[in-house]
Structures are given as C-alpha cells and as structure tokens.
Design a protein around this ligand. Structure first.
Ligand SMILES: CC(C)(COP(=O)(O)OP(=O)(O)OC[C@H]1O[C@@H](n2cnc3c(N)ncnc32)[C@H](O)[C@@H]1OP(=O)(O)O)[C@@H](O)C(=O)NCCC(=O)NCCS
Length: 332
C-alpha cells in the first residue's frame, strides 16, 4: 500500500494521540526516556506559538499512522534556520517513510525561506544508530557532539552540602537566589541578557547559529505555555550586590512525570567567572527541585564534549554519560 503524507489536524485529539504514540514508540529504545508526557504533548501540539512557525505532518499507510514530522522555524532570531524531528514507527522502518517525511520537512523549510535544516540524532556511546545513519545518508553533517548525562539523585544528594560549603568562600560577594517560574519582574531583564548571550558564550562547534533574542513579552508567553503543559521551571541566579545577574542555571520538571528533571542552560557572565558560581548555582537548583519533587529520581542534561568547564562541574555533581547527542545540520 502506498504511503500518504498529510497535515496533522492538531485540534483532533484522537489524531494527536496517534501522532504522540508513533513518536513515543520510535524512541522507546533510548536508555533514558525523555519523551514528552502525553499530558504535555496534548497541551503543546494544538497551542499557538507566535515566535515560531510550526508544521505537523503524519505519514499514513491506509488508516494507520506510521510516521510523524514536527518541523519549525524560529521567527524572532535565527530566521535562516528550520528544524525537523522525524519519527517512524519501528514496525514500518526501512520503507522510505523517513525519507518522505524529510522531503516534506525540506519543502516546508524552503517555503519559509530557510537555508539550514537542523536536527538531533541520538546514538549509543561509542556507536551509531538508525537516526545517525539516516541523517548521514541524507546529507546532514555533525556540527556539534554532545554527551547526554544523567545524575541519580538518591546516589549523589549527600554530596551537595560539601560542594556548597566548598564554593561558599569564593562567592561571598554574590547572593544565590532560586525562583520558580514565572521569573520575578526585577530579574526579567537580567534573565534575558543571559539568554541572549548563550549561543555565543557556550561552545557551539560548527553550528550555523546566532544568539537568540528574548524580551519580556517572549519570556512571559513562553512561561505561560510551559505552565499550561505542566512544566515547573526552577532558575537559580547569582546576583551582585547591585542586583545584576552574574550567573544563571535552569532546570525543570513536568509535574505529570516528576521522576525526571531536565537541566538546560547554565551560564556565568564572563566578568564574573572564577568564583565557583557555576557549581554553586547548580547545587542550589538541584536541591530546590529535589525538595519540591520528592519523586525526582534523575536529571538529564546534554553538554558539548569540548565544554571542559561545564563537564568538570557536572563530574563533581555525579553526572555520567549515557548517550551521544549529535547536533546535525543540512544546507538547503
Ligand atoms: C531515523 C528514522 C526516522 C528513519 O526512518 P525510516 O523510514 O526507517 O527511513 P528510510 O526507510 O527512509 O531510510 C532511508 C535510508 O536511511 C538509512 N537508514 C535508515 N535506517 C537505518 C538503519 N537502522 N541502519 C542503517 N541505515 C539506516 C538507509 O541508508 C536507508 O536506505 P535503505 O533502507 O535503502 O538502506 C527512524 O529510524 C526513526 O524513527 N528513528 C527513531 C526516531 C529518530 O531518531 N528520529 C530522528 C531522525 S534525525
């Protein structure tokens, strides 16, 4: 039977559920399940997102959904880029369905005037995977290699007091403050300043990417969407005596799956490096999240292999590499 690619009806919950199940089953062999909880997907997929143009398409074999594509293009910054996430149900792989969905993604990206298509491919440590082989076959190149790292809370939480005490003498001139989303008004400008320097300050390999552009309106809209999807974000700041943001780290849990946490960006502003702020804020943030969510079992993060400072901090916290994450790109 021939395969048909059609737009997903994002407002038909039965279709959205099938779409989510295809994606879930396609990534079920990854060592740590980071796949979006159903309650979160059902909130995110139909949502309007003014800072990004999104395209959802499904591959059908008769009345069976066998493949899923989520493509998007940022509208505020990096408007030369588009992203694609492709999933084919394991029972239907190697039939050209992934290739057809990639063609659909490329057509979307070109129609939006994008010249780079980005994606992520996961693979076992020291090995390859279907997604990496598929991507290489289709002309993607690896722009940055990250290690996916996990820390087990029960096994490592007894380190936190000693690590915090070790850092304290180095950051006496800074206040360490943890907040839950939404970010308090007085910290919004500092938060955005740090978000806006992230791409240029963190190692980004060969990625053809520029800094993001966050303002208060974009942040508030993103916080509102995240809250509706059950996401609870903890941010720990290091603040100077003038209340300026010197460092920031972000970690979130979805309350529908509170056994796992997602560590995203950590950044110490260049003028404030050398005060052990990176380690201090990460310890404080992990502690805040573990206190609020006693079910928290592990936290996952991804770091560029070349990011020696961040990797050293993560080693002290007890993170261990569990998977490769290749940031891949294709010039259109
Ligand atoms: C990656 C994925 C989307 C490929 O879907 P698919 O429908 O099986 O892909 P296709 O049949 O179009 O494969 C096209 C070519 O890619 C390569 N390829 C795909 N899967 C492969 C595998 N398991 N091992 C080696 N090469 C593979 C082959 O060259 C293949 O051509 P061939 O079958 O003629 O040898 C699918 O394996 C999947 O859903 N994986 C999990 C989700 C994921 O990682 N998505 C991210 C994609 S960047």
């Amino acid at each position: 039977m021939s395969i048909e690619i059609r737009d997903l009806d994002r407002h038909d919950e039965a279709q959205v559920r099938m779409f989510w199940e295809v994606e879930r089953d396609a990534v079920a062999d990854r060592p740590y399940n980071t796949f979006l909880a159903w309650e979160a997907a059902r909130a995110y997929i139909p949502m309007e997102m003014p800072h990004v143009v999104r395209h959802f398409a499904a591959a059908w074999d008769g009345d069976v959904m066998v493949g899923a594509l989520v493509a998007n293009g940022p509208l505020t910054d990096n408007t030369h880029r588009a992203y694609a996430d492709i999933a084919v149900h394991p029972a239907h792989q190697r039939r050209g369905i992934g290739t057809a969905l990639l063609q659909e993604a490329e057509a979307f990206a070109r129609a939006q005037g994008r010249r780079v298509l980005g994606s992520e491919a996961y693979a076992p440590v020291g090995g390859s995977s279907a997604s990496l082989e598929f991507a290489t076959r289709h002309g993607f190149v690896v722009a940055l290699e990250n290690g996916m790292k996990v820390v087990d809370i029960a096994k490592t939480r007894d380190r936190w007091d000693a690590l915090a005490a070790e850092c304290a003498p180095y950051h006496r001139d800074y206040e360490i403050r943890t907040v839950w989303a939404p970010i308090p008004d007085e910290l919004v400008a500092g938060h955005n300043l740090v978000s806006n320097m992230f791409i240029s300050e963190a190692p980004s390999g060969d990625l053809d990417m520029e800094d993001e552009v966050w303002d208060a309106e974009r942040l508030r809209a993103q916080e509102e969407r995240a809250a509706k999807a059950g996401r609870r974000d903890a941010t720990t700041f290091a603040l100077t005596s003038d209340g300026e943001v010197a460092a920031m780290t972000e970690l979130f849990v979805n309350e529908t799956a509170p056994h796992r946490g997602f560590q995203s960006g950590t950044l110490v502003v260049p003028a404030h490096r050398g005060h052990r702020l990176g380690l201090a804020i990460k310890v404080a943030n992990q502690r805040a999240v573990a206190d609020r969510f006693p079910e928290l079992e592990w936290i996952i993060t991804g770091n560029a292999d070349v990011n020696a400072q961040m990797n050293a901090i993560n080693d002290r916290l007890g993170f261990r590499v569990v998977e490769r994450c290749l940031e891949i790109e294709k010039a259109l």
